[in-house]
Every structure is written in structure tokens, then in C-alpha cells.
Design a protein around this ligand. Structure first.
Ligand SMILES: CC(C)(COP(=O)(O)OP(=O)(O)OC[C@H]1O[C@@H](n2cnc3c(N)ncnc32)[C@H](O)[C@@H]1OP(=O)(O)O)[C@@H](O)C(=O)NCCC(=O)NCCS
Length: 226
């Protein structure tokens, strides 16, 4: 689990939690997905993906409304790693509270050999435009690098300009098109590919984007930006 929040002295004022998706999350993820997509996945597709966890990686993003009164230790016994004004818990931890905070975003990918593929990504409409889609996407990029894969690819609707801009920001470019890929309206998909993660200058660009994103999330959370 990764937890991010603005820290003032010893307190975290707000917290976003990134953690692995489990079977228990599927209904809530599907509810957010229905708000994001005109052709959401059937629940069985999530179950199938989560059962094959070796090649797949699915995460959820939670907004912790109780963070105001929360102490970081409630998430586990390990000490959070601080980076600037954010706190991170090691990825892989699960929030152990009986009723975890609501899911506001999700993302997933599969990985085979040298290639990873983003299969889904979405942020609840009420939370869009704050850098959280970028946080989810960056986590997919980081997982691809952690698995030592060279490339990350995805399909995106030709009309989905905002998502394409997010991927372009991370160096992705259009390398092909799949005709009538989306069955709800027969829309074409662009196939976008990352640059090679073996290129040191690409890794430094991603590191730079990560620093900027963390700064931006801190800025938005402190109410200093729109
Ligand atoms: C695509 C999506 C995940 C982006 O998440 P988000 O939280 O709204 O986006 P962020 O605030 O993190 O923005 C990150 C970047 O995305 C791009 N972006 C986001 N919204 C944009 C908009 N309205 N217009 C243009 N670019 C936009 C920008 O490059 C932005 O970086 P910037 O802030 O430096 O300009 C979100 O809009 C979503 O869930 N959409 C519906 C589902 C979907 O289309 N998923 C993608 C399927 S391929």
C-alpha cells in the first residue's frame, strides 16, 4: 500500500491510499467504472484478472475521509517513508480496517516478458483533474519498470483527448490504430506505446514527472491551487 498525504508536524491532513485491488473491491470498482466508461467490464472479467495475479497488476485509489483525525500508525506498524510533504507506505500493504475508505479510482495492467499493457484506468468524475489519474498511471509505469519490462502499451479511444494527453505527457506516442475496437459505438482505438524504459534519459524524465506530480498533489490538497 502507498499512502500519500499532506503532513503538518506529526499529523497527516488528508490521505490518498494506493493499494492492490482484491476480489472484495470489485463491486465498488465497477460502480466507479460505470461513471467513467460507456462500456464497463463485466464483473467476471475483474474476477478472472485478479485470479491470475502473477502477470497482472490491479490497484485501487482510496480517499480517506477520516484522515483528519488519523495517525499514520493506523495503517500498519511500519513507519511511513516521508518524501517532502507526502508519506508512503510500502506497496503491498492492505488497509486492515473493517470498512476501508471509498474507492475513487482504479487501474490495471498485464505483463508478459518485455511488454506491459494498461488494461484499464479511471478516476471518479468528482475527483478528476486533480492529478489522481496521473498518479494511477505513474504507478502502472513504475510497476512496468520494477518488473524490468521495456515497453508499456495501451489502447485509447480516438475521441479521448484528455487520456491521450496524459499518455503523451509520459512520452507515449500513437503507433497504430485498431478499427472499430470499441463495441458500444464502433469507435476506433489508437494504440499508444511508451519509449523504452531502458533509456536513462526516459527514466530521468519519469523521475522528473513524479517529483512535479507529488508537488502538485501537495499543492492541490493544501487548497493553494484550483
Ligand atoms: C483519463 C483520466 C484517468 C485522467 O485522470 P484525471 O485525474 O482526470 O487527470 P489528471 O488530473 O491526473 O491529469 C493528468 C494529465 O492528463 C491530461 N488531462 C487530464 N484532463 C485533461 C483535459 N480535460 N484536457 C486535456 N488534458 C487533460 C493532462 O495531460 C494532465 O496533465 P496536466 O495537469 O499537466 O495538464 C480520467 O479523466 C478518467 O477517468 N476518464 C474516464 C475514463 C477514461 O477515459 N480512462 C482512459 C481509458 S484509455
Amino acid at each position: 500500500m502507498i499512502t500519500m498525504g499532506v503532513i503538518t508536524s506529526t499529523r497527516i491532513e488528508w490521505v490518498y491510499i494506493l493499494e492492490p485491488m482484491t476480489l472484495d473491491d470489485i463491486d465498488e470498482v465497477a460502480a466507479v467504472e460505470r461513471l467513467c466508461f460507456s462500456n464497463p467490464w463485466p464483473l467476471a472479467a475483474y474476477r478472472r484478472e485478479l485470479r491470475d495475479s502473477r502477470g497482472n497488476y490491479y490497484i485501487v485509489l482510496r480517499d480517506d475521509p477520516d484522515a483528519d483525525s488519523a495517525s499514520p500508525v493506523q495503517y500498519g506498524s511500519s513507519t511511513p517513508r516521508r518524501q517532502g510533504r507526502f508519506a508512503f507506505w510500502p506497496l503491498g500493504r492492505r488497509d486492515t480496517r473493517k470498512t476501508p475508505p471509498p474507492i475513487i479510482g482504479f487501474a490495471g495492467m498485464w505483463h508478459v516478458l518485455d511488454e506491459a499493457h494498461v488494461t484499464t484506468i479511471g478516476v471518479h468524475p468528482d475527483y478528476q483533474g486533480r492529478g489522481l489519474g496521473e498518479l494511477l498511471f505513474l504507478t502502472m509505469v513504475e510497476e512496468t519498470i520494477r518488473r524490468n519490462a521495456t515497453w508499456l502499451t495501451l489502447e485509447v479511444r480516438v475521441s479521448n483527448y484528455s487520456a491521450q494527453q496524459l499518455y503523451r505527457k509520459y512520452g507515449f506516442s500513437i503507433q497504430g490504430k485498431r478499427a472499430r475496437y470499441y463495441t458500444d459505438n464502433n469507435e476506433d482505438a489508437y494504440i499508444m506505446w511508451s519509449e523504452s524504459f531502458k533509456k536513462p534519459d526516459y527514466i530521468s524524465r519519469i523521475n522528473d514527472l513524479r517529483r512535479r506530480l507529488h508537488h502538485k498533489l501537495s499543492f492541490v490538497a493544501s487548497g493553494a491551487a484550483s
